[in-house]
Design a protein around this ligand. Structure first.
Ligand code: C2E
Ligand code: MG
Ligand code: MG
Ligand code: MG
Length: 292
């Protein structure tokens, strides 16, 4: 039994595929119950301001504490969560939990920490994101300007009036919007001028290649300059090495995030890490112990 996928590609159904399909079905059932049993948690990875090395915020990153398979990262289940629609209740929980945690930290005097939450394209298509955010802010008491939503190209390339409307609403609430995994793709230039954005996050693949030649440097420099010309802040993701940090600093990048400073940490460990940096006007230092 074979099925044409067009373009001369053929795919054969094998015992292997049957096994994979049943594994997927099993995972979907587990994912469904994980929502009910609240097996998800958020880990936080710091944003460091390059002007003074202070910690200015953190990205909330989803983890699934699977009863048998241990701690799972999003790559292991996000695809399925999106296909099955389970991403909607999951991301609703992420938004509320991140706002709750952010409000607690800010009330506890850990400085003004901006909390960033990843948003899925499906959410924008199927939910009123503005209303969800308004509720999460009201419920938590988090200052709206301390919440940031990270949007992907998938959301931004659809020149959709409804999405534009949601973004305008989010901006009117005072929430900031950033572009995750920003690259210099064909579509990037048109959407960054059409949407009310505050920040570009340079895709980690460019940061990774910074040491390996002039091409990545040219791209990084272009993104930083472009961002600044358009009055956007620029953050570089995936900074692991001292050398990468030095280049980004020299190029005028505003903020960085990456294993060089810290891996994503569970809330208690994040606060411990933050305190170890010297809480008042924290100066982030490289965390060699984390870089294994
Ligand atoms: P992202 O938003 O681009 O997040 C950055 C990813 O890079 C995270 O992976 C983070 O752990 C990893 N990272 C950070 N610094 C470094 C570094 O120095 N080196 C390397 N090699 N990696 C680094 P993670 O946590 O596995 O998340 C993967 C992706 O899953 C995220 O990419 C985001 O697109 C998605 N995601 C995470 N949490 C959520 C969520 O709550 N909702 C939705 N819809 N998507 C999420
Ligand atoms: Mg992100
Ligand atoms: Mg990213
Ligand atoms: Mg990424």
């Amino acid at each position: 039994l074979a099925k044409s996928l067009g373009g001369g590609t053929w795919r054969f159904f094998s015992p292997d595929m049957a096994r994979r399909a049943s594994e997927q079905a099993q995972l979907e059932a587990e994912l469904r119950s994980a929502v009910k049993r609240q097996e998800f948690e958020l880990h936080y990875q710091p944003f460091v301001d390059l002007r003074d090395n202070s910690v200015v915020g953190a990205e909330a990153l989803l983890r699934w504490r699977h009863p048998q398979r241990g701690m799972l990262r999003p790559d292991a289940f996000l695809g399925l969560a999106e296909e099955s629609g389970l991403i909607l209740p999951i991301n609703e929980w992420v938004l509320r939990e991140a706002c709750r945690q952010g409000a607690v930290w800010n009330a506890a005097g850990h400085g003004a920490l901006r909390i960033a939450v990843n948003v899925s394209p499906i959410q924008f298509r199927r939910q009123k994101v503005g209303d969800l955010v308004r509720e999460a802010l009201a419920e938590s008491g988090l200052r709206p300007d301390l919440l940031e939503l990270e949007l992907t190209e998938g959301i931004l390339i659809s020149h959709d009036d409804q999405i534009l409307g949601e973004m305008a609403l989010l901006r009117s609430l005072g929430v900031s919007l950033s572009v995750d995994d920003f690259s210099t793709g064909y579509s990037s230039l048109s959407y960054i001028r059409n949407f009310p954005l505050q920040r570009l996050k340079i895709d980690s693949s460019f940061v990774k290649e910074l040491a390996h030649g002039p091409r990545a440097l040219a791209i990084v420099r272009t993104i930083i300059d472009l961002g600044h010309i358009l009055n956007l802040q620029v953050l570089a993701e995936g900074v692991e090495e001292e050398e990468q940090l030095a280049v980004l600093r020299a190029e005028g990048c505003d903020e960085v995030q990456g294993y060089y400073f810290s891996r994503p940490l569970p809330p208690a460990a994040f606060i411990e890490w933050l305190s170890a940096q010297g809480m008042e006007g924290a100066h982030a230092r490289p965390s060699k112990a984390e870089r294994t």
